[in-house]
Design a protein around this ligand. Structure first.
Ligand SMILES: C[C@@](CO)(OP(=O)(O)O)[C@H](O)COP(=O)(O)OP(=O)(O)OC[C@H]1O[C@@H](n2ccc(N)nc2=O)[C@H](O)[C@@H]1O
Ligand SMILES: Nc1ncnc2c1ncn2[C@@H]1O[C@H](COP(=O)(O)OP(=O)(O)O)[C@@H](O)[C@H]1O
Length: 305
C-alpha cells in the first residue's frame, strides 16, 4: 500500500455552550453524574493535520492571538498531541503527524476549546492515517481523555449532531434536533476558571431537588422547536453557584446581561464564559455593543450550530 505521507485534513473545532447543566450527584471516582444539553456555536479553532512517515513524531505548531494561546501547552500535554498519541497507540501504528492548531476559542472558559481540539485531532488523525474507524470508536478513545470529548467527536464528524443531551460524566451522548441560527452573545471575562476547581467547590445544596423535573429534556424540546423564549426559561447551570463562590466578579457579568435586557443568560459549563440568548441577530449585536461598553470581557455575537 503506498504511503500517503502528504495526506492532510483540515477541520474546524467548534466551541460549545451548556444550555442546561444539571448535576445529579457525586460518584465514587470523584466525578459528578450530570445531564446537560450541549450545542456548538459559531466560534471555532482550526486544526490542520498532515500524515508523516513511519517513525516520525507527532508535532504541534500553535497559532493565534497571544491572549488566546497564553497558557495553552505546546508539548505532549496538549490535548491534541495526547489524542493523536492515544489514537496511534490504539491503532498500533507508528505513522507521525504534524499539526497546526489556530486558537480562537478562549481557554478556561467552559467553552470546551481543548476538548474540541482533541476531538478534531481524533477525527482528522483517523482520516489521514486511513484507519477507517467508525465515529463510536473515536468517541470511546476521546472519553478516556476527557468527559466532553465524545460530544465533540460526534459534532465534528456529523454536523447534524451539533446538539446533544449528555449523561454519565458527560461521555454518554444522545444527539437531539436543533434549529440553526439561534442568536447568542458570549462574554469571556479576563479571568479564567479551572474545571476541576469549580467541581471541587460544588456542594450538594447547589443541586438539591434535582430529582424533580428534567430541565435538560425541557431545554432539548425548546431547542428542537427553535423557540428561544422557551429555551430562555429552561436555562440552568448547577455549576454556577460554585463558580461564583470561586470568582465573585462573575456577578458583575450577570448584572451586565440583566442591564442589556437579556431574557435568558447563564454561565457556560464551569465558566468563566457567560452567554445570553436573543430573539434576533440584530438584537444580539446591539447587546454585544452595550456589553463591550461595560467592559466585562471579550464579547462575541454568534449563533448556535
Ligand atoms: C463542566 C463541563 C460541562 O460541559 O465542561 P467545561 O466547563 O470544562 O468546558 C464538563 O463537565 C467538564 O468536562 P471536561 O472538561 O472534559 O473535564 P474532564 O477533563 O473530564 O475532568 C476535569 C475534572 O472535572 C471534574 N469533573 C468532570 C466531569 C464530571 N462529570 N464530573 C467532575 O467532577 C473532575 O474533578 C475532573 O478531574
Ligand atoms: N488544545 C488545547 N487548547 C486549550 N487548552 C488546552 C489544550 N490542550 C490542553 N489544554 C489545557 O487544558 C485546559 C482546559 O482546556 P480549555 O480549552 O481551557 O477547556 P474549558 O474552557 O472547557 O475548561 C487549559 O487550561 C489548558 O491548560
Amino acid at each position: 500500500m503506498p504511503l500517503s505521507a502528504s495526506l492532510t485534513c483540515r477541520l474546524d473545532a467548534p466551541a460549545k455552550l451548556n444550555l442546561c447543566l444539571e448535576l445529579l450527584g457525586r460518584r465514587d471516582d470523584g466525578f459528578h453524574h450530570l445531564r446537560s444539553l450541549m450545542a456548538t456555536i459559531g466560534l471555532r479553532d482550526t486544526l490542520r493535520v498532515t500524515a508523516e512517515a513511519p517513525g516520525s513524531p507527532v508535532t504541534l505548531k500553535l497559532l493565534g492571538a497571544p491572549h488566546l494561546t497564553r497558557g495553552v501547552p505546546t508539548d505532549g500535554s496538549n490535548l491534541v498531541v495526547r489524542a493523536l498519541e492515544s489514537l496511534r497507540q490504539e491503532a498500533q501504528i507508528d505513522r507521525g503527524a504534524s499539526v497546526q492548531l489556530t486558537k480562537r476559542v478562549p481557554s478556561q472558559a467552559g467553552l470546551g476549546g481543548g476538548s474540541s481540539d482533541a476531538a478534531a485531532a481524533l477525527v482528522a488523525g483517523a482520516h489521514v492515517w486511513e484507519l477507517g474507524w467508525p465515529r463510536e470508536r473515536l468517541m470511546e478513545i476521546g472519553g478516556r481523555l476527557g468527559s466532553d470529548i465524545p460530544f465533540f467527536v460526534a459534532a465534528i464528524a456529523d454536523r447534524r449532531r451539533r446538539a446533544a443531551v449528555v449523561a454519565g460524566r458527560g461521555e454518554q451522548v444522545t444527539p437531539t434536533p436543533w434549529v440553526a441560527g439561534l442568536p447568542v452573545v458570549v462574554v469571556k471575562p479576563a479571568g479564567g476558571l479551572s474545571t476541576a476547581a469549580v467541581y471541587g467547590r460544588c456542594q450538594p445544596e447547589d443541586y438539591a431537588g434535582v430529582e424533580g423535573r428534567d430541565r435538560t429534556n425541557d431545554a432539548a424540546t425548546a431547542l428542537a422547536s427553535g423557540d428561544w423564549r422557551r429555551l430562555a426559561t429552561t436555562l440552568r447551570n448547577h455549576l454556577q453557584p460554585a463558580a461564583v463562590r470561586l470568582a465573585p466578579w462573575l456577578e458583575g457579568v450577570r448584572r451586565a446581561f440583566d442591564r442589556c435586557g437579556c431574557a435568558g443568560h447563564q454561565l457556560s459549563g464551569s465558566g468563566s464564559a457567560y452567554f445570553g440568548l436573543f430573539p434576533t441577530m440584530s438584537e444580539a449585536r446591539r447587546a454585544a455593543v452595550r456589553l463591550r461598553a461595560l467592559r466585562v470581557g471579550q464579547t462575541l455575537a454568534t449563533t448556535i450550530g
